[in-house]
Ligand binder design. Structure first.
Ligand code: Z5A
Length: 216
């Protein structure tokens, strides 16, 4: 019997968009359909990747050059793909990932101003054409997200950025969604959580059905 490749789902969004609040909900939807799910995050997902995450989010290297930040994101991603994502997909498991390469376009491209073409070169090199099958973009006004996130613990190295940075991040995400309509679904994340989850369910259930049909 040939094993069908699993599917790769990513969840993206700006500060306080509610990724953490909704990832468990998405995992439950998948598992209820009998799908084996590997749940992971970026930067991180492997032992080495989590060490890189600490370097990226911590305050030890404040003033890190933007190129260094981008390269570290892709170093963690290369490890993540090689050690966790590709093996899981090849075993037929589905991978649900909290952020992926769209975040590099949004934060390092839009936020830090790195040329998109250079990010694309790294994407091609590290991913060799591999892209998510579905990306949920939790979108909300920047200030709403910052107000939500502000109620939490100490800010990390990204969370200390100014509003203009996060406006560029949001604009880049929306642009990516417009450029990749078959992969992206935009979820209005400014509404109360049950309404966000209703929208997610409307996207994820038909996606699961379509994929199981494709595998028949
Ligand atoms: N990064 C990058 O620059 N380049 C890359 O390539 C990658 C990442 C992969 C990783 O942080 C950082 O790395 C990130 C981008 C950068 N920058 N930052 N900051 P992360 O993804 O781990 O952290 P985060 O973006 O800050 O996510 P978070 O802290 O997990 O936030 P969230 O998951 O989106 O939100 P939440 O914790 O679920 O919700 C925030 C609060 O709002 C919480 O109190 C909830 O109870 C509340 N909430 C959630 N939904 C609602 C609704 N609908 N109504 C009301 N209140 C709500």
């Amino acid at each position: 019997m040939t094993i069908k490749r699993g599917r790769f789902i990513t969840v993206e969004g700006g500060e306080g968009a509610g990724k953490s609040s909704n990832l468990a909900f998405i995992r439950d939807l998948l598992e209820q359909s009998g799908i084996e799910v590997v749940f992971t995050r970026e930067p991180g997902g492997t032992a080495l990747g989590e060490d890189i995450r600490d370097l990226l989010l911590g305050h030890k290297h404040t003033g890190m050059a933007s190129d260094t930040e981008l390269l570290l994101m892709f170093a963690a991603r290369a490890e993540h793909l090689a050690r966790l994502i590709m093996p899981a997909l090849n075993e037929g498991k589905w991978v649900l990932c909290d952020r992926f390469t769209d975040a590099s376009y949004a934060y390092q491209g839009g936020g830090r101003g790195i040329d998109i073409n250079r990010i694309k070169q790294l994407e091609d090199w590290v991913q060799k054409g591999m892209v998510p099958d579905l990306t949920l973009l939790l979108d909300l006004p920047v200030q709403t997200g910052l107000d939500r996130a502000g109620q939490r613990s100490e800010p990390d190295r990204f969370e200390v950025e100014q509003n203009a940075f996060f406006e560029r991040v949001r604009a880049t995400y929306l642009q990516l969604a417009e450029q990749n309509p078959s992969r992206f679904r935009i979820i209005d994340a400014a509404v109360p959580l049950p309404q966000v989850q209703e929208q997610i369910e409307i996207v994820v259930r038909p996606f699961i059905q379509a994929q199981s049909k494709a595998d028949e």
